[in-house]
Design a protein around this ligand. Structure first.
Ligand SMILES: O=C(O)C(=O)C[C@]1(C(=O)O)C=C[C@@H](O)C=C1
Length: 454
């Protein structure tokens, strides 16, 4: 069944502003990167009066929305964007925090490739059959998955990882599916094995998780929600082991970085080694009976793998928070009845810094706050050489810029800001317009225990 659905699914380009004013030429040209357009824009006006844009795409049905998206997608199907590869709480043992979770083995790439064959048995065997048929409480306003079961959320790591807790916060009754790599989590959604993927993108202490920004561009999934998870690390060792016996600490690099000073202050000047994820580090120590090694992981990982909590709250800052994005095959319909955020990525092919300044001013002039800006190397054109016979060759680094701003794509000001941004850029993609995580601040709440619904 999964394969049938996959082959008939339209490849959507997120484009919330579909029926549009003729001011920008053919409606389908709006928000498409320049090289997707068949010809020059009819009107090159930059500052559009807010009233010139058609009513926001609200009140329409999901079917209308998706049909419109599909129309757009058909216009761009032949092209591929820079960086794109063209591919297309503890209630039961099946819940994301369920006791049975420890038995789940992460999905690996090998399993995924076998699941994409025409035989679907393998695919279905990968994931235990869901048994919870009740309304889902999800933050992204999307309809329940088509297979009519629990929402399946793919995350990188093993049970007890913070990404699993983030999945549970966003979708309290979900079935969390462990994957051994982020790439696998993305593919699990693309192959209809999972309905959502969870992706950590930044941490209040460690900063951006750069590789994951690159993944957003390489795949065509849409951001449909965000979760800001307080991350409270514990130092875990085998039962009976004392701090003095330790000569190694292993964990996810982000977790090691987030606890660096505290470990030193605790007198643990021992070797630190990077591991795939925090919970897998705890699992390794437990499985191999490593009495000289501690893991940094969650209190839930300690429970799952029978580890002793040597120290709690060892992150360097009490208010340590990681931001996760929820990704889906289809975009959600942006709304205006609650705070929304929109994430975009763009590139420009003109020289100088003024392009970036102009892009940012498109938001500033409309009082739209930016919450994040990140730059990553332009994968297809990382360097631009400028020859000057007199002084030599300048090598300019080229970037993709990721911007998050506080507005919904259902708002005219956001639509107009993007219309303007498109004038300055050679590539522009809306990664998603989604509800902001507005969970009340509770710095003391632990990661696994504080999972709450949006
Ligand atoms: O290793 C985990 O438990 C994860 O979920 C990954 C991850 C990350 O990538 O930043 C998530 C939250 C914490 O910041 C530490 C690690």
């Amino acid at each position: 069944m999964a394969a049938t659905i996959l082959s008939s699914a339209p490849k959507l380009i997120y484009n919330p502003v579909l029926p549009s004013s003729e001011l920008l030429g053919h409606p389908s040209r709006r928000f498409l990167p320049h090289f997707f357009r068949p010809g020059p824009l009819a009107v090159r006006s930059i500052y559009l009066p807010e009233s010139s844009v058609v009513a926001p795409f609200s009140g329409s049905t999901r079917a209308d929305w998706q049909t419109s998206c599909a129309i757009l997608a058909s216009k761009v199907a032949a092209s591929s964007a820079p960086g794109d590869n063209g591919t297309s709480s503890s209630e039961s043992s099946q819940n994301h925090l369920g006791n049975g979770a420890a038995a789940l083995k992460p999905i690996s790439l090998e399993k995924l490739s076998s699941s994409s064959t025409t035989t679907t048995t393998t695919t279905l065997d990968l994931v235990p059959e869901a048994n919870l048929l009740r309304p889902l409480s999800i933050c992204d306003l999307s309809p329940p998955p088509k297979h009519g079961s629990q929402l399946r959320v793919a995350y990188q790591g093993v049970p007890g990882a913070y990404s699993e807790a983030a999945a549970g916060k966003a979708y309290p009754n979900c079935e969390a599916i462990p994957c051994d790599q982020f790439e696998v989590a993305f593919q699990a959604v693309e192959l209809w094995i999972a309905d959502r993927a969870v992706l950590p993108v930044e941490n209040s202490l460690g900063g951006s998780i750069h590789r994951n920004y690159d993944l957003l561009l390489r795949h065509r999934l849409h951001i449909v929600g965000e979760v800001q998870l307080p991350v409270h690390h514990c130092l875990l060792a085998l039962p009976g082991v004392r701090k003095e016996q330790l000569n190694r600490v292993i964990s996810h690099p982000q977790a090691l970085a987030q606890c660096e000073h505290t470990l030193t202050a605790m007198g643990l000047n021992v070797a630190r080694e990077a591991f795939d994820d925090t919970a897998a580090a705890a699992e390794l120590v437990a499985n191999q009976g490593l009495r000289d090694t501690a893991a940094i992981a969650s209190a839930r990982a300690a429970e799952l793998y029978g580890m002793q909590v040597v120290a709690e709250g060892i992150q360097d800052d009490e208010g340590n928070v990681t931001r996760f994005l929820m990704l889906a095959r289809e975009p959600i319909i942006p709304r205006t009845d609650r705070p929304f955020k929109t994430s975009i990525v763009f590139a420009h092919d003109r020289e100088g810094t003024s392009v970036l300044f102009k892009v940012l001013s498109a938001f500033a002039f409309r009082d739209i706050s930016l919450t994040k800006i990140e730059s990553r190397p332009h994968r297809h054109r990382p360097l631009r050489l400028v020859d000057d016979a007199n002084v030599g060759t300048a090598k300019h680094f080229e970037y993709m810029f990721y911007v998050d701003f506080e507005a919904s794509m259902a708002e005219a000001r956001a639509q107009n800001a993007l219309a303007e941004v498109q004038e300055y850029t050679s590539f522009l993609r809306v990664l998603g317009s989604y509800p902001m995580d507005m969970t009340p601040w509770a710095a003391g709440a632990g990661a696994a225990s504080s999972a709450s619904s949006d």
